[in-house]
Design a binder for this molecule. Structure first.
Ligand code: MIC
Ligand code: SF4
Length: 642
């Protein structure tokens, strides 16, 4: 029986387990990346492991999220990451050099290699045939130290593309279409492999838009084959030596096959507040727009921005719309400048922002109160833009321009002739903003610079057999990590200060949660389906840990968040019978009994002391996960093992 492309790469990197869907496997990791919002914590954890030098083929630390520097905190973290990277063998991409996923694709990604990154959109690398995963910072730290990365062997979904996109219909619309079909939880436990003759019409940046947004499906990762199109991209990046052809076997077996005819697609739009809330652009025509943001790791490639510039050329944005453009990398920005496209963008009245995440994570450019914002980004979760009551829609760059020019949601097909834009034969290559680490000989004399914002890691304790606590919060389906631990310009600078962050935990759902939890001492959280979707931020586990959360009981979990909970020593448990969700009320006193044996059996009893009822919870921990939980988290477990 043939193998899928992902199975082939897994097979080449398998260091533990068997490739049976649902079983735990351990993978050797070739490359890692971090960004600054999760990186500070990841490097503190790496330092705690006491390993001198990274053992990967390449590890890169990017600064792209926390670049506002409205106080000393960001700059201190940048200096810390720069110095710790230099000391331990990690490349450092300076602030302004671009968004981690865009730069990594341009300069470092290699087909057939494994990559994990402390950012959920790391699967962007699948656009050039890498097997790339988002992970918690601690898992990245372990991989930097040469340790394996553990995942559940995913099921394989194949998406077959036929036909060719019509003018003004884009890769972003393909992403939105698959979200419409599968929903934000439809990819959980699966790898999505893209294939079919239609992929021959998609360039690497377009493929990367699609693998990037596979994260919104909850997929473990997404991947395209590595073919002549990949080769042309790598050649234009001066890296043809990194190319190798890779494809699934013709007789590979998939658990599910989805067909999409590219020529039948229309421009699509995701409505507030979920990326799978997808309708056609034409169905919303005439809706007044206040803001348009073009950029983010989904849509900030040279190809995207050349199209944007061509569509804006000689025109002026509608006076009622505030427009921003953030190029994905310095390479993109400098090439836009070289060919004059940047002047066309600026002349239209758009505002140029830094090559960074910016508005995508609420780092500036928040919309007006109740404002309608059209964004080329990947997430439109409530409050994420920094304006609580804003209505954020996700669109392609072409649809974004159409709204910028008309002041209302407009089908981009009405813009006239589609611009004919293609990728250059040679990108402008300048890696001067990527600093190489010290040599092993020099490393000892490199001083790691720490600022006062770096506070202690929350303390964990070994798991008891019996845990009694109050149900301090009950929430519904699709709770995101942006609900659990919000980001944005006021909070993001404190990612290395858990006590400070804790004040904002779950504030989007319940402003009194932090105080109530502290007062209670310890507690349980109850959630619905797909609890913890979205970001890879381990802070969404570390902060609840600090606030005394001992277990999260949900109908189902998102993959990275469940792993982060286990790493933090918090029990992720599911209802054996989803209907039992209704038997628990916030404020109930709950007891988990006979935990150690129950974890082995895969069945734990939960007594509701308030109602007297007992319900059954399910878990399917591997031996390794059980030991991590018993030790009180991965750091404690690793320390005990050494
Ligand atoms: C995001 O898009 O939510 C982020 C900010 O990039 C996060 C990482 C973080 O929370 O720092 C992600 O996607 O993992
Ligand atoms: Fe940055 Fe937004 Fe991409 Fe996250 S999704 S890495 S915040 S651009």
């Amino acid at each position: 029986m043939g193998l899928t492309l992902a199975q082939k790469i897994i097979q080449n990197h398998l260091v533990g387990g068997t490739m049976k869907a649902g079983e735990e496997i351990a993978l050797r990791i070739d490359q890692t990346l971090t960004q600054d919002a999760t990186g500070t914590m990841a490097y503190l954890e790496f330092e705690a492991m006491g390993i001198d030098r990274v053992r990967t083929e390449k590890s890169v630390a990017y600064i792209d999220h926390n670049t506002l520097q409205s106080g000393f905190e960001n700059a201190d973290d940048h200096r810390y990451i720069q110095s710790v990277a230099k000391k331990h063998g990690i490349y450092f991409s300076r602030p302004g050099n671009g968004i981690c996923h865009q730069v990594h694709l341009e300069r470092f990604g290699v087909p057939g290699k494994t990559l994990i990154g402390s950012d959920s959109h790391t699967p962007t690398g699948g656009g050039i045939g890498m097997l790339a995963f988002g992970a918690g910072g601690l898992d990245v730290a372990v991989a930097m130290g040469g340790g394996a990365y553990y995942i559940t062997m995913p099921r394989m979904i194949r998406v077959n593309l036929t036909g060719k996109l019509n003018p003004f219909v884009t890769a972003k619309d393909v992403s939105l279409e698959i979200l419409r079909i599968l929903s934000v939880k439809g990819g959980v436990g699966s790898i999505i492999e893209w294939g079919g003759e239609g992929i021959q019409t998609l360039s690497v940046p377009e493929r990367a838009t699609i693998t990037n947004m596979g994260t919104e499906l909850g997929a473990t990762t997404s991947i395209f084959p590595s073919d002549e199109i990949t080769k042309a991209f790598l050649k234009a990046q001066g890296r043809v030596q990194d190319y190798q052809p890779l494809a699934a076997d013709p007789d590979a077996v998939y658990d599910r096959v989805i067909d999409i005819d590219l020529s039948a697609l229309k421009p699509l739009i995701a409505c507030p507040h979920m990326p799978d809330n997808v309708v056609t652009v034409e169905s919303l025509k005439g809706t007044k727009v206040d803001q348009v943001c073009i950029g983010s790791c989904t849509n900030s490639s040279l190809l995207d921005l050349l199209k944007v510039a061509a569509l804006l050329k000689g025109k002026t944005v509608d006076p009622s719309v505030s427009v921003s453009v953030s190029p994905g990398s310095r390479q993109v920005l400098s090439m836009l400048a070289d060919c004059g496209a940047l002047s066309d963008i600026l002349a239209s009245g758009a505002r140029l922002l830094e090559c960074a995440c910016g508005p995508c994570i609420g780092m500036g450019f928040s919309p007006n109160s109740g404002g309608v914002s059209l964004r080329t980004f990947n997430r439109n979760f409530e409050g994420r833009s920094g304006t609580r009551d804003a209505k954020v829609y996700l669109v392609s760059p072409e649809t974004a321009v159409a709204a910028a020019l008309t002041g209302e949601i407009t089908d981009p097909r009405l813009l006239g002739e589609a611009p004919a834009v293609s990728l250059p034969e040679a990108f402008r290559i300048d890696d001067s903003a990527v600093l190489a680490p010290a040599t092993p000989e020099e490393a000892a004399s490199v001083e790691v610079l720490r600022g006062p914002n770096i506070k202690e890691f929350p303390k964990t304790k070994p798991l008891d057999d019996l845990v009694t606590a109050e149900l301090t919060l009950k929430v519904g389906d699709n709770i995101t990590t942006d609900h659990i631990m919000p980001a944005g310009s006021k909070i993001l600078p404190y990612r290395s200060n858990i006590p400070y962050l804790s004040k904002f935990c779950f504030a989007v759902c319940d402003e009194s949660f932090a105080e109530r939890s502290k007062a209670a001492g310890n507690g349980f959280v109850v959630g619905g389906e797909n609890y913890g979707q979205g970001s890879s931020r381990e802070h969404a586990a570390l902060v609840p840990l600090y606030l005394g959360v001992r277990a999260v009981i949900a109908k189902s979990f998102a993959r990275i968040h469940a792993a982060n909970l286990i790493n933090a020593g918090i029990l992720p448990l599911t209802f054996a019978n989803a209907g039992d969700y209704d038997k628990l009320t916030q404020g109930d006193r709950l007891t988990l009994t006979d935990l150690k044996e129950g974890m082995k059996r895969g069945e734990i009893l939960l007594k509701n002391e308030t109602t007297g009822e007992t319900i059954t919870l399910a878990c399917s921990f591997t031996d390794r996960q059980r030991e991590i939980l018993l030790a009180g988290g991965l750091l404690a477990y690793t320390k005990a093992a050494n």
